[in-house]
Design a protein around this ligand. Sequence first.
Ligand SMILES: *Cc1c(COP(=O)(O)O)cnc(C)c1O
Length: 387
Amino acid sequence: MEIDTLALRTGIHRSQFGEHSEAMYLTSSFVFENAAQAAERFTGGGEGNIYSRFTNPTVTAFQERLAALEGADACVATASGMSAILAMAMAMLKAGDHLICSASVFGSTVQLFSNVMGKFGVETTYVNGASVPAWEGALRANTRLLFLETPSNPLTEIADIAALAAVAKRAGALLAVDNCFCTPVLQRPLELGADLVIHSATKYLDGQGRVLGGAVLGARGPVMDGVFGFLRTAGPSLSPFNAWVLLKGLETLRIRMEAQSQAALQLAQWLERHPRIARVYYPGLPSHPQFCLAQKQQRLGGAVVAFEVKGGREEAWRVVDATRMISITANLGDTKSTITHPATTTHGRISAEARKAAGIGEGLLRVAVGLEALADIQADLDRGLNS
Ligand SMILES: *Cc1c(COP(=O)(O)O)cnc(C)c1O
């Protein structure tokens, strides 16, 4: 079936009431018919739920639907995107292992790998995600995992998933891709050879800024024996309420991603022509240094546009402060457009040299384009640009 159909029709298990919309099972535990059935469930023999830290029908429905969209054998849902990365790392790595991560990943991911995993004897090397030789050069005998986001945040650098999957395979390591920015609508990393896909469902999968959630997807072995095994013991499970919201979010994912990507492309083209803009970063523009790779790897450019305002911090802040509609928030993946100044928010805690090395200037702004009329988004940005 096509992705539109899968997003609506996968994971539906009607109850005896014959409900049309998916039911929400807000229950912490499940009852057994008798002692023998309870014993059977606990020994893992029988099908069925025991306790919602392990499994819950609404969470299972979300997992089945997302797995269908990503083309994955298995999916485990988690309480947030960060708990998805934690569960994946705890399941796949042990003390003495090494992992390689693209430098421009989500800030908390760096904290998790360096500070939390580092405390348990896992070492991380950060590389320029867009450079395949940089990944190869960082490999060690004990490298077990390659981890990346593509496009990167905020400069939209593209990592070559197929090439890096081959690098990981040769090294006997796994490749995990955080597919938050593209979602399966724009990019399906497993088809390109990645072993694991990570989601912060908080972003585009919900799509309307309501709940936290996450997921790890891939082959049955690593996901069920590894990640699910960690999760049912450690407990950062997805709540059934959040699973239900996400399940409904998936129903409109394709039309939202396409509409927001198309608006982002038009905004990027408009910004590129604007006399007050020095540079625009968007994978759907021919001026993007990896335009060809982006065209091959992604169906569309995504909804995040970064641009350099001429001048510096003062000029960039003026654009932010002149907005009356766009939300000033570092979050993204919402139907409401958001704007942020990375150098003083998401990337404010790293040193000025590290920021410069990462290419995040004082004039840089990032807009995550929502579903408002494009003309209103442009007018809101133009006010500050022309003041
Ligand atoms: C937000 C985000 C995360 C973390 O997700 P939470 O749901 O906030 O825990 C991870 N990766 C990327 C790319 C993100 O944007």
